[in-house]
Design a protein around this ligand. Sequence first.
Ligand code: DAT
Ligand code: MG
Length: 156
Amino acid sequence: MERTLIIVKPDGVQRGLVGAILERFERRGLKLVGLKLMRIDRSLAEQHYAEHVGKGFYEGLVAYITAGPVVVGVLEGPDAIEAVRATVGATNPVKAAAGTIRGDFGLAVGRNLVHASDSPASARREVALFFREEELLSYTRSSDPWLLEQAIPPVW
Ligand code: DAT
Ligand code: MG
């Protein structure tokens, strides 16, 4: 099992797409283990996007992610990091495949709606940056055996 961080960026919140975006992950079977609406301040944005310091788009990126409320979540599932990245689509929405979140809802790389961790190391770092341990919940769902190849309970 893996856990990975997602952020519905300020454009997703302003455009009223929080539900539509979270639905993509939920219907795929990914389990929400953390979720909150919050403000990302400059300091947190700088920590989150540390790998992009010095790039031409960096200042615009920090301005964008701090421009309004975001929804941050932690999703759990088998190979969750790869599954979530695939559901999100390519960085540039114009290049993102139809059927992905960015491919279905976006047109500009600087308004690409959603962040998702890109590796196990990033996921660990980013989850810890946004959530305290006690904010993450471990629980079962009655649908788990139908999603996760667990032993199927008697139905007949
Ligand atoms: P991703 O969000 O797909 O992981 P990334 O980590 O390379 O992409 O970049 C982080 C964000 O920075 C990305 O979501 C949008 C922005 N960005 C990346 N490349 C850009 C570019 N060439 N021009 C403008 N913004 C860019
Ligand atoms: Mg990235």
